[in-house]
Design a binder for this molecule. Structure first.
Ligand SMILES: [Zn+2]
Length: 443
């Protein structure tokens, strides 16, 4: 948003000024990451809220990045309020842990202690799903954290589920439905030991008709499960609940594996084809609005339009850069040097960056790299506007193109020196004046 204001200042200054923006953008080089696409494409969908990282838990592991290898499917931990969503994820075979009541108490009442749900994300390498923007905003919050809105009953919980599946590219595997314990997230396995089966029958933990018999492997749970085709039975209810969620997910475009197993024969409707795109009228900047930039209003608009036009990265993400930030929990490109993409600024060279864990000497900061971010540097040159004039028709110090109020570091140093000298001179004059007055008084 700072960029927009600056751009407007530049324009009101007569225009024609090149804009170069650099720094920590906290944005990944992907289509839907707001800040990045704002610079790269000239606009961003401001309404879409997405997590701060996703290749953390299911991205492809590139060469040199094996230290970050994690399982190829998302693992979640949900805050205490998301009990229902958690059960649904488990029904669909997704690994979903739930914050315990004790953990929630510590999180809310003992801010002096480490937040247990954050600890769990890091230790168990889980992505956090929460309804609390305050929780996501906490400093120690791990990078893979996603905000989800579920207030207003099962309809919104269902929408939240579908959004999660789609945003994270989860592929549903019907063969794995009903294999996760809805009570504790343990794995449900068949009991084959005849002795143990008999034990369960005699302890009345399962009816004698329960064959085959299954049991949750959760250390403190040990819940028994068995099939029952009756719709009103627990198994029947779980199956029809699961089928309903599956149908709804498929209808909304969530991907799934074709091997349907238990759910073969279930009617699955693919999502309707997208409506033909209607060309939107080109948005023209309103001159009055440009004169008075209202950042808050502007942020609420569906699309943020970058009035400077498109920018290009001095470094090509993916080619010269594998990451600019590399910690145990996160790897990604967050830092950029962007220049306006109109051919008037040329990237001469860039400072090469380390591309592998080996080159950085481990996670950052390391002995070789004192920050968790890598330093970016580029040599840029301004392309001459008019080759027939010296300096392309600009004044030698480029003062014709520099907006008022922005000075180079050297100019600022000169200004400080000048001010100090003036100030000293003034002090000296006043001192002498006082001395003279005192002398006169004495006489
Ligand atoms: Zn269990």
């Amino acid at each position: 948003m700072r960029c927009k204001i600056l751009a407007e200042e530049f324009r009101s200054d007569g225009g024609g000024v090149e804009v170069i923006v650099g720094g920590d953008f906290n944005s990944l080089p992907v289509e839907n990451d707001g800040v990045y696409s704002f610079f790269k494409d000239g606009k961003a969908d401001a309404v879409r809220v997405r997590g701060r990282c996703y290749d953390y838990f299911y991205g492809e592991v590139e060469e040199g990045m094996e230290g970050l290898k994690v399982e190829g499917r998302p693992r979640y931990v949900l805050d205490f309020t998301l009990n229902r969503l958690c059960r649904w994820l488990r029904l669909l075979g997704v690994d979903a842990a739930l914050e315990t009541e004790e953990e929630e108490q510590v999180r809310c009442k003992r801010k002096d202690l480490p937040c247990p749900i954050f600890e769990r994300c890091r230790k168990e390498r889980r992505a956090l799903i929460t309804t609390s923007s305050r929780l996501i905003g906490r400093k120690e919050c791990p990078p893979a954290a996603f905000l989800i809105g579920t207030s207003g009953g099962s309809e919104t919980v269902e929408k939240g589920l579908i959004k999660l599946m789609k945003d994270h590219g989860v592929v549903l595997r019907p063969r794995e439905f009903l294999t996760v314990c809805v009570k504790c997230n343990g794995k449900i396995e068949e009991v084959v030991d005849e002795g143990k089966i008999k034990e369960a029958y005699s302890a009345k933990l399962a009816p004698k008709s329960a064959r085959p018999l299954f049991k949750c492997d959760g250390a403190e749970c040990g819940q028994f499960y068995w099939w029952n085709e009756r719709e009103s039975s627990s198994a029947g209810r779980a199956k029809s609940m699961c089928a309903g969620l599956f149908q709804r997910c498929v209808k909304e475009g969530v991907k799934y594996e074709e091997d349907l197993g238990l759910f073969a024969g279930l009617e699955l409707k693919p999502p309707p084809p997208p409506a033909p795109a209607v060309a939107a009228p080109k948005r023209r900047p309103d001159p009055e609005a440009l004169a008075r930039p209202n950042v808050e209003e502007w942020l609420k608009s569906k699309e943020l339009i970058n009035d400077c036009g498109k920018f290009i990265s001095a470094y090509e993400p993916g080619r010269d850069v594998k990451f600019t930030n590399l910690t145990r929990d996160f790897r990604g490109t967050l830092d950029y040097i962007f220049v306006q993409d109109d051919g008037r600024v040329k990237v001469e060279s860039v400072l090469p960056l380390p591309l592998t864990l080996e080159e950085t000497g481990g996670f950052l900061p390391s002995m070789a790299w004192p920050s968790d971010h890598l330093p970016l540097s580029a040599v840029l040159s301004f392309v001459e506007l008019d080759p027939d004039h010296p300096n392309g028709g600009h004044k030698e110090d480029m003062s014709c193109c520099r907006p008022k109020g922005i000075f180079s570091m050297f100019e600022m140093a000169e200004m400080r020196k000048e001010w100090q000298e003036k100030h000293k001179l003034k002090e000296k004059e006043e001192e002498e004046k006082k001395k003279k007055e005192d002398e006169e008084e004495e006489e």
